[in-house]
Structures are given as C-alpha cells and as structure tokens.
Ligand binder design. Sequence first.
Ligand code: PXL
Length: 281
Amino acid sequence: MCAAVPRVACINDLSGYGRCSLTMALPVLSVMGVQACPVPTAVLSKHTGFSHFSFTDLTDALPAYLKSWNDLQFDMIYSGFLGSERQMSLLREFFEFQKAKNPACRILLDTVMGDDGKLYSTYTKALCDSMRELVQHADIITPNVTEACLLTGTPYHGESLHTAEAVALGDQLLSLGCGAVVITGIVREDMICNMTYTGGEPEFSVIHRTKCLYSGTGDLFASVLCGALAVGQPLAEAVETAGSFLSAVTQYTLKQNTPAEEGVLFEPLLRTLPETLTSSR
Ligand code: PXL
C-alpha cells in the first residue's frame, strides 16, 4: 500500500479534556499527511490524572466496529490506552487479520500502563499481563522506563538507567516477541534519552529534559513516531523526529507555566511538524 496518503488505524481512548490519546494522535497524524482512522477504546471526560472523570468503556462496541473494517487495509496500526482485557484479545484478532491481509502493515504498540513508577488508575495487574501478551504481535513497542519494568518484571528504581541496564531491559522486551523496542524517557542528568533497540547496537537519541512531568508526553511521542514511520522515515530517524518535537513542545509549555495535568501545549507548534519531518529526511 503506502499510497499518497498512508492510512493508520489509531486505537486509543478519547479523553475530552487534558491533551492525550486520540485528541493528540488525530491532529498530529493529520498534519503529518497521514490518514488517521480512530478506534475509540473508551470515552473519558478527562484523563485519569485528574481527581474526577467519567469513564465509559467501549469494549462492547468494538467487535462490530472492527468487523466493519474487514474490507479495509492499513499501512500501520497504532494502539495506545486500552480499557479492558477483552479489548486486548479483540485487538490481537484485529492485528492478525490485518497482517494476513497486508503483511507490510506495521504494528506500533504504545504499551501505555503507567509512568514515574506508578500504574495509571484504571490499570490492573491483569491488564498488564494481557499487554505483555500483546507485545508478541507488535513490530515496534514504545514503553517508558516504568512500563519496561512492568512488562519484564524488573524492580523499578527510578527513570535513570545505565546503558547496560537499558540494553538488558531491551533484550527481555525483544524476547517477548516484538520486532523493535524504543524505551522512552531514560533520565541522564539534565537530559532525556530514547533508546532504539533491535538486538544489535542500541541507538540513543538525546533530548532536552524539563523538570515538570506533563501528562500525555508519551502519547505525543508515539503519535509523532507513528506519523514519521508512516511517511517512510527509518525507525531511529523517526525516534529523532519525535524526540525533537517533544523537546520543543515541553520547553514551550514550561514557559507558559500551565498545570502539569493540562498536558503539553502542542497546538501552537503543530504547524512546524511537517517542516521538522522534511528537514530530517
Ligand atoms: O497519556 C496516557 C493516557 C492515555 N489515556 C488516558 C490516560 C492517560 C494517562 O494518564 O489517563 C485516559
């Protein structure tokens, strides 16, 4: 496939307020020239970082939704926040079906489960176990350090990792059956590293670190990564593209002094994203 406009199935929740998941993925992919086809896994009034929010799980709507897509093909499938174990098994079937139709279809699984050593409030151990099983169907996974530890059963001791520790995590993640691992948000003094690893030499992409932990940064990173891959950038280059956009957006947000749960103010910088893409190609 990879027509003039690459097509991506975006499986994620719709959070009405707080800048994450589909409200980020759709504008990012559109501005990068990619057709983003949403599969909403849940509808929340606000993301789970707020103290009050409504949560409607959409698992029951998914079988008919995905079945009606049996006549479609995708260049990529990008999945993020998932609301239930059954949802994960429905996704496994969708992945297998789409791969059988189009073996070139790449699956980007953002293993959204937690951050900063903690699980997001709607995630349970059973959901983490199902996520671990889903990993074997993915071409690329993008865990942060917390998620890499959860997936591999490694004790979490902060976001700083030595290269040997990051590679050991990468090896364990590859052994779960995915094709490539991008461990995001590895803290190195006043910098952040994202490690791309496929079993050979790890590649580190270094970006600016802001002291404030904004929600939705992982979603922004994975969405830009997805767009860059969909338009043909190689993985390590796409990781650079995603990292440098995230870095620009977090620095801009810090200057505005907005609350962390409001997420990163990506909107004013969105129009610069296609330029970043062409200049790095
Ligand atoms: O940014 C990850 C994410 C996605 N979706 C929902 C969330 C979060 C993180 O808090 O709550 C609903």
